[in-house]
Design a protein around this ligand. Structure first.
Ligand code: NAD
Length: 294
């Protein structure tokens, strides 16, 4: 199948490569030329703009930072809707506000263009090995028609409900991940400050009830003092901001999310916005005067 792909960052690049590996033809576009060159070297064709991609492809995937970027790429000048034919399907795999997905889908519908929101969980390693978890909102028949395509990039693709439901599910995921990382940072800082080796704490508790995928991924980074992203504090602030707005909108208070949001805001103010989100450990280092790293 010929696929248009817009947004070739940390996630988009490996996702394109998995589509190519599965035998699809990919026409790719990003405002950063080196990102386009990277996927062209892997066998993709370069598109001239989002509009040009839509003129050539009837299935288009977007993987962009946040709601305003997706609105610009789809609804803006030289955007997808300027080039798309009726019947084109857009699969937006970015993590954005559910309300924005609903607004963009309405604009698409005016032109007879269909849209799913299909954000992912798993980060760069799972984008590379094609085992992302994909959570999808939108028309079920459209989901069924693109599920095999999604599974070229993911290990699972679950239809969660109407348009926006994918991003609501992703926000729930991001709340659990943020709070879990903060809990790991708090607990391992306690252990270090109380004189117990965090490596031994990790070995002792990872197989018990406290163990988690988050702990397995992030505790070694905190112990090693390695905060190379991965998933950046700045992007997690974006997700928690969308979660808090959505929670306020539907009347679901998020007190723990608000607390971790302020920790991340402190890190950003201290110049760590581009660190991996495991650098929540640095917030606790500031409070305790002790790093988890030996
Ligand atoms: P990124 O910043 O690395 O990549 C985004 C890309 O979009 C960049 O290459 C940028 O140049 C491009 N872009 C921005 N505006 C554009 C425009 N107008 N036209 C064309 N291209 C444009 O971000 P990422 O880490 O790849 O994340 C993408 C999305 O996936 C985000 O919503 C993020 O929250 C989500 N996500 C990321 C991870 C992760 O671990 N990095 C994990 C799960 C989900």
């Amino acid at each position: 199948m010929k696929i248009g792909f817009i947004g070739l960052g940390i996630m988009g690049k490996p996702m394109v490569k998995n589509l190519l590996k599965a035998g699809h033809e990919v026409i790719a576009y990003d405002i950063i030329k080196e990102n386009v060159d990277d996927v062209v070297a892997a066998g993709a064709k370069a598109g001239a703009s989002s509009k040009a991609i839509a003129e050539e492809c009837t299935t288009i995937i977007t993987m962009l930072p946040n709601s305003p970027h997706v609105k610009t790429v789809i609804c803006g000048e030289n955007g997808v809707l300027e080039g798309a034919k009726a019947g084109t399907a857009i699969i937006d795999m970015s993590s954005i506000a559910p309300l924005a997905s609903q607004e963009i889908e309405k604009e698409c519908a005016k032109k007879g263009v269909k849209m799913l929101d299909a954000p992912v969980s798993g980060g760069e390693p799972k984008a590379i090995d094609g085992s992302l978890s994909i959570m999808v909102g939108g028309d079920k028949a459209l989901f069924d028609s693109v599920k095999d395509l999604l599974l070229c990039m993911g290990a699972s693709a679950v239809h969660c409900g109407a348009i926006g439901a994918g991003n609501t599910t992703k926000l729930a995921n991001q709340v659990v991940v943020a709070l879990n990382i903060a809990a790991v940072a708090e607990a391992f800082t306690l252990a270090r400050k109380a004189g117990v080796d965090p490596n031994l704490v990790f070995d002792a508790i990872k197989g018990g009830l406290a163990g988690s995928t988050v702990m397995n991924a992030k505790a070694p980074m905190m112990i090693g003092g390695d905060f190379k992203p991965g998933f950046k504090i700045d992007l997690h602030i974006k997700d928690l901001s969308n979660a808090l707005d959505t929670g306020h909108g539907v009347g679901s208070p998020l007190p723990l999310t608000a607390a971790v949001m302020e920790m991340m805001q402190t890190l950003r103010a201290d110049g760590f916005g581009q660190d991996d989100h495991s650098s929540l450990a640095k917030y606790y280092a500031k409070l305790s005067g002790t790093t988890i790293q030996p």
